[in-house]
Design a protein around this ligand. Sequence first.
Ligand code: MN
Length: 205
Amino acid sequence: MFEQVKLSVDMNGLEPHIDQLTMETHYGKHHAAYTKTFNELAQKAGVDNLPVEEVLRTLDKISDETLRKGLRNQGGGYYNHNLYFSTLSANPEKAPTGRLKEEIDKTFGSLEAVIDQLSKAAAGQFGSGWSFLSADKAGNLYVTASPNQDNPFSEGTDRTPILALDVWEHAYYLKYKNLRADYIKAFWEVLDWKVVTENYEKVIG
Ligand code: MN
């Protein structure tokens, strides 16, 4: 059984950056629906015993096209939102530490620079999608954007996302309407770099 990640905050805990109605809809409806449907499809495909990362990495093995597409979209939606919601906090740490801080400085020059790249990737994603900060096992970092519910696993890379910025309209439209850039700015106010740092450490071992 694939479980929806538990929120570390109440539905109104991220106000005013992310509003209560958006949280109730996004987490309580959209993410819940991805989770439910992914569970049903994974069971149908006989992959419900695998980690979600493995399901998304090995979609090629699913011969039925409808089922494969369904797992890509619903499994990606399940995974991406678990990552997104797990990194949001009412009292976030505003900077990474340790090896993640060092690698960000080495790769991008500064925290501000990687935030800028992720923001631009998110703002420039045409239609629905995400921007990701990902790492490979050697510790290298990558900023990318993906359409729909795709992610570095379903795109066949050996990278693991450690930060996910959702730019589907359902993530911001109730409060920010067409102003995606304002939502992206607000996202950084509640993004907890402590969790992102922990995610990085898990990837590099
Ligand atoms: Mn979403």
